[in-house]
Design a protein around this ligand. Structure first.
Ligand code: CTP
Length: 405
């Protein structure tokens, strides 16, 4: 069973003329790898940066550059290609989108193949603007970007960083992963429905030190929490992510606070919690820690035969959640529903996400997850196996339901 929601989708990729146009090759490769059907439309200036041959080879389709293709001119085809292509698509993505094309779309121009296609679309459109810092921050550009957002297009804001000119600032095209995440979001039918919300997510394991070399940890990779943080950002939230040791990476706009132990996680959560609307505790926090950690490596000759442990504080249970939404996770091996419901009540949560270790391809080492979401009202939603990013969206949608009910 494919858990990839992009598979089979018909996607138009619009490419415009800026240095980031080379990244369009990677976007196409990822979409094709995930079994989407891709048609590419380029502006004439995009062809100065990357060739139509490259993009047509990768997309396995003819690339449209001319508003009047030769087949139309010589009469072999009378097709209105822009209408047909627009109606064919499930989604269009313009990445990178120059300030020139942003301005044209914002004002309804249709003076090349790409801008002619846009007003004919019936499907959603993702626009990912990219430019040098001053061009991007320019007032007129910003007004145009706002206009695109107000029109209902999904705008993926450019990122901060080093630019091709050598200047630093906002204007970089986001990494391919983030563009694909936005594609997933829109294909799934979600919008920026978390705008204005401050979300605090915890992820990963905690490590409780025994000595400078050893620790007590667990098998959590942090992936589920990172996917929740990314999904929340893509849906418009302001996100803080507190993570234990993990190799996962998140978007640069997410405030990432790295901690190690349960105690450090507690401190960090308490500092952030006041300015938070929604807390999602997906971290696998250690329940026990060594009473004291040795500051020197414990040697074999020390003949250590036990480690004295004490309980860590329960972070989630100890917070005052008045006027906040709080969600927890429960990883169970037996009596799953009963145990999860018990934790929901005991920790005074709005919902709890149950993971059963009995489910295949679900949990620690996998990119997929099979979860059951239990509301405090008792409403229970058992979901099939899906990617952790998709699961993250389902959790966020249920949280939105808590807010709206
Ligand atoms: N949690 C927490 N602080 C802890 C332990 C857990 O905030 N010291 C949170 C987890 O982040 C999770 C929820 O509580 O959201 C449930 O965690 P879990 O380990 O499943 O439950 P415990 O209460 O620790 O119970 P047990 O380990 O006995 O199943």
């Amino acid at each position: 069973m494919s858990t990839d929601i992009i598979a089979g989708k018909k996607i138009i990729l619009g490419v415009t003329g800026c240095i980031a146009a080379y990244k369009s090759a990677f976007i196409i490769r990822e979409l094709v790898k995930r079994k989407a059907e891709v048609k590419v439309v380029m502006t004439p200036s995009a062809t100065e940066f990357i060739t139509p041959l490259t993009l047509s080879t990768l997309s396995q389709n003819e690339v449209i550059v001319n508003t009047f293709p030769s087949s139309q001119k010589n009469g072999t085809s009378l097709s209105t290609w822009h209408i047909e292509t627009a109606l064919w698509a499930d989604l269009m993505v313009i990445a990178p989108c120059t300030v020139n094309t942003v301005a044209k779309i914002a004002h309804g121009f249709a003076d090349n193949a790409l801008t002619t296609l846009v007003p004919a679309l019936r499907c959603p459109l993702i626009i990912s603007p990219a430019a040098d810092v001053d061009m991007y921050n320019n007032k007129i550009t910003q007004q145009n970007i706002k206009k695109l957002e107000d029109t209902g297009y999904y705008v993926l804001q450019a990122e901060e960083g080093e630019l091709a000119s050598g200047l630093r600032g906002k204007g970089r095209l986001p990494e391919v992963d983030k563009i694909i995440d936005a594609v997933e979001l829109i294909v799934t039918g979600f919008k920026k429905d978390l705008s204005g919300k401050k979300i605090l997510v915890t992820a990963g394991p905690t490590y409780e030190d025994i000595d400078p070399v050893r620790f007590i940890g667990n098998r959590s990779s942090g992936k589920m929490g990172f996917e929740i943080a990314k999904a929340a950002y893509i849906r418009g939230a302001e996100v803080t992510l507190i993570s234990g040791p993990s190799n996962e990476v998140c978007y640069p706009e997410i405030k990432l606070l790295k901690i190690r132990s349960a105690e450090e996680m507690k401190k960090s959560v308490e500092q952030e919690f006041e300015q938070t609307d929604i807390l999602i505790m997906s971290a696998a926090v250690a329940d026990y820690k060594p009473v004291s950690a040795s500051d020197k490596k414990i040697k074999k000759e020390d003949k250590l035969n036990s480690i004295k442990l004490e309980e860590t504080a329960d972070i989630l249970a100890s917070l005052d959640k008045k006027n906040k939404i709080a969600a927890g996770f429960a990883l169970e091996t037996d009596d799953e529903l009963k145990n999860a419901s018990h934790k929901l009540k005991k920790k005074n949560l709005d919902l709890i996400v149950l993971n059963s270790l009995k489910d295949k391809e679900s949990g620690f080492e996998f990119d997929t997850n099979k979860i059951t979401i239990i509301h405090k009202t008792g409403k229970t939603i058992e979901l099939p196996l899906m990617s952790k990013f998709q699961a993250a969206h389902k959790i966020l949608s249920e949280i939105l339901e808590c807010i709206n009910s």
